[in-house]
Design a protein. Structure first.
Length: 557
């Protein structure tokens, strides 16, 4: 009996010790570790996540969609809540059409509390997976950027990345406007990862829609013509700009070859050359299209009139250089108007010498060269224009004929736009308006007088009617413009004898200009002359644009 009582007392003592130990453990957990444990529990059942804003839509001037957000679903997981990683990987892989082995590596790594299984997945496929109700796998809505016009205007619109952030083009330039502001929410989940309630949230501010000056139909046609021109001449690249004379709105801004932004993020498939909008970011030596700067300067300065005549030899020595005409000739008398219409190198240099270095530099600046136009597009370059104190003795013979100076296509089309617009330069722009904002007014400034602009227009008409630009003629419309043929600088020094840029820039109808069109063809083969390579493309673009925009003809036949 005594032995039994001892055993009972011993058992009671053991239970008392166990109770005291458990009580002490509970007291320690509540008093010492409560905060840390609460944080662990919260991290397992309390989730804070961003609620992405809807990115604004980009439209052309007619309301056609150029870029918009499409519904997508991002699938994620908490590996610590996954019961059977292998089974979950198989089911998720089948639903999302992904490699189960890759998913298993993610789902079996219990050192992580959050992993992406698929970003911006097809919502129907995600819904199929969601119906399986696998604990630890979650879903939230996202947007996937879509470019319905594919390659049309791709260099202008640019593209947005997986995070719906603009990475190039107008998607980058207007990212803050288009992106809006993300919201957020705090969600409580049960131990199986199922959503119980939302305890806190921050309102989403969706992005604003943007309307461009660009016209999709015109852009598509311009790209088609450029593609054909590039193929015909086996050229490296081709560029074209169509500008509204009065407003400065860019109606088309095309580069070939281009790319399709829908292929993002397969960047490895893209040629880096295709991602740049060379009309804005790249420079070229303009050749004879630049001669209007000198002629405009001497006319506006009152040094000559269009009928002033000069007796011009077939070559001229400037500093240590002897400069010839493009086509050899003997001594000839030419008026200022003929100097421009016949694109005389010797004649233009003779006029430039009258202006002299300082005043010629000032006219280059006034026409907008050596400075950004301020176009609403990223990556614009200033071009390359030497300040007058860095000119050599022969620079006065190079620059007036478009050598030793580098410009962008956009600068050139804006300069001709000033001539077409009665001497008033208007800042080129791509954005017409943004929802909720007043339209921005483009900057304007006078470059030359209306009289000088009218004189230059008549001279440029002569280029097309009887000079080097006859292939730029457009049925039913008077055209004013200028050809350009420029050898490209050779990396080893001097100029290449095989690589050229052929160009034509002009406006129509010449009696009441409405559009300016520029075409450049980089490294054509088989011919190099602007009048042969670029002018026909100008005429084709101009014909379509004038008729499409319903601009009345200004000449019969």
């Amino acid at each position: 009996m005594r032995q039994a009582n001892r055993r009972i007392r011993l058992l009671i003592a053991v239970f008392a010790l166990l109770f005291l130990a458990a009580f002490g453990r509970v007291a320690w957990l509540q008093a010492v570790k409560a905060h840390a444990l609460d944080q662990i529990a919260t991290s397992q059942h309390r989730e804070e996540r961003a609620v992405p804003a809807r990115r604004g839509t980009i439209y052309d001037r007619t309301g056609r969609l150029l870029a918009f957000g499409e519904r997508a679903t991002t699938v994620y997981a908490n590996p610590r809540q996954i019961v059977d990683a292998r089974a979950a990987a198989v089911v998720a892989g089948q639903a999302l059409e992904l490699e189960p082995g890759d998913l298993y590596d993610l789902l079996s790594d219990r050192s992580k509390g959050f992993v992406y299984l698929a970003r911006q997945a097809d919502p129907d496929k995600a819904e199929e997976l969601k119906s399986k109700e696998i604990p630890g796998i979650g879903f939230y809505p996202e947007e996937r950027r879509v470019y319905p016009q594919k390659a049309v205007a791709s260099e202008v619109v640019g593209y947005a990345g997986t995070e719906n952030t603009g990475l190039s083009g107008l998607e980058l330039q207007l990212d803050k406007v288009l992106a809006g502001k993300d919201g957020s929410e705090t969600v409580i989940r049960d131990p199986f990862g199922r959503r119980i309630e939302v305890v806190d949230s921050k309102k989403v501010e969706n992005g604003r829609n943007v309307y461009l000056t660009l016209d999709h139909s015109l852009q598509r046609q311009v790209e088609k013509i450029l593609r054909r021109t590039r193929a015909n001449w086996a050229a490296k690249a081709a560029t074209a700009v169509v500008l509204d004379v009065k407003t400065g709105g860019i109606l088309a801004l095309a580069v070939e070859p281009g790319f399709d932004a829908n292929t993002y993020p397969n960047v490895s498939r893209w040629d880096e050359e295709r991602l740049r909008n060379r009309a804005v970011t790249d420079t070229y030596e303009p050749g004879s299209t630049f001669k209007v700067v000198t002629v405009g300067g001497v006319l506006e300065s009152g040094l000559v009139s269009p009928t002033t005549k000069f007796r011009l030899p077939g070559e001229i020595k400037v500093g240590d250089r002897v400069i010839h005409e493009a086509v050899a000739r003997g001594t000839q008398t030419m008026s200022v108007a003929q100097i421009l219409s016949h694109s005389s190198n010797v004649g233009v240099i003779t006029l430039a010498i009258q202006l002299q270095r300082e005043r010629l530099s000032e006219w280059i600046k006034r026409f907008g060269f050596g400075a950004k136009t301020g176009v609403d597009y990223p990556g614009e370059t200033r071009g390359i224009v030497l300040p007058p104190d860095e000119w050599s003795g022969s620079t006065i013979g190079n620059v007036p004929i478009g050598q030793g100076i580098a410009v962008t296509p956009l600068q050139m089309v804006a300069a001709y736009g000033a001539i077409a617009n009665d001497g008033m330069w208007v800042q080129p722009h791509l954005v017409e308006r943004v929802d909720g904002q007043d339209p921005a007014k483009p900057k304007t400034r006078r470059v030359i007088s209306e009289q000088t602009a009218s004189q230059l227009t008549r001279m440029l008409r002569g280029v097309v009617e009887e000079g080097s630009g006859v292939t730029a003629q457009i049925d039913g419309y008077r055209v004013a413009g200028k050809t350009g043929t420029a050898a490209k600088p050779d990396p080893t020094g001097g100029y290449s004898t095989s690589r050229y840029v052929a160009s034509f820039v002009g406006f129509a109808p010449a009696s009441n200009p409405r559009i300016v069109v520029l075409v450049t063809v980089d490294e054509p083969r088989g011919a190099i002359w602007g009048g042969t390579v670029a002018a026909p493309a100008f005429a084709e673009i101009g014909q379509f644009a004038l008729e499409y925009l319903e601009i009345p003809p200004d000449r019969a036949g």
